[in-house]
Design a protein around this ligand. Structure first.
Ligand code: GDP
Ligand code: MG
Length: 172
């Protein structure tokens, strides 16, 4: 089975852990310790083929640390998470995207997916679909609007990334 490691990055509180834990264990955690940084593993069937995913849920992304640089160097795929309820969290995505390209030597084929979270909080929504759509198309990245709470489109994020990683890193 092919194995890929994935790094989940984004500002604090946007829902990185909730998204990761929903994908790994199909649970919604209301109050996950924001300082916890953990690696999980799960097989995922995509297009009739199993892939083993190692998912690193990072913490404390308020400032870019040298640890993030290490993660980006070793990561094969990236999920850039922002909250649909917090417009400023999109800035962090742009910043992280630039850091990935810098660290990966401006390789435009790095597998990346942008995930907007908290789609269920309709009354708190700050980022409209057309805003993220035009940003993502300028960046050349796929994006998904998700809810870890309701389990909306969480697997789509990981499946898209697996397809990109298979193209980028074909089995030898
Ligand atoms: P992290 O710091 O990026 O890991 O963020 P967390 O995963 O710890 O989530 C921060 C807060 O947002 C927690 O209170 C979560 O319960 C909440 N949250 C995360 N995802 C969702 C979601 O999809 N819907 C709702 N309503 N709340 C969410
Ligand atoms: Mg967290």
């Amino acid at each position: 089975m092919q194995q890929f490691n994935v790094v989940v990055l984004g500002a604090g509180g946007v829902g990185k852990s909730a998204l990761t834990v929903r994908f790994i264990r199909d649970e919604f955690l209301e109050n996950y310790d924001p300082t916890i940084e953990e690696e999980y593993r799960r097989p995922l069937m995509v297009d009739g083929e199993l892939t083993s995913l190692e998912v690193l849920d990072t913490s404390g992304a308020e400032q870019f640390t040298s640890l993030h640089e290490v993660y980006i160097k070793s990561g094969r795929g990236f999920i850039l998470v922002f909250s649909l309820t917090q417009e400023t969290s999109l800035k962090e995505v742009d910043y992280l995207r630039k850091q990935i390209f810098r660290i990966k030597g401006n390789d435009a084929t790095v597998p990346i997916v942008v995930a907007g979270t908290k789609l269920d909080l309709v009354n708190e929504r700050e980022v409209q679909t057309n805003t993220i759509q035009s940003l993502a198309s300028r960046w050349g990245l796929p994006f998904y609007e998700t809810s870890a709470k309701r389990n909306w489109h969480v697997n789509d994020v990981f499946e898209d990334l697996v397809r990109q990683m298979r193209r980028r890193y074909p089995p030898t």
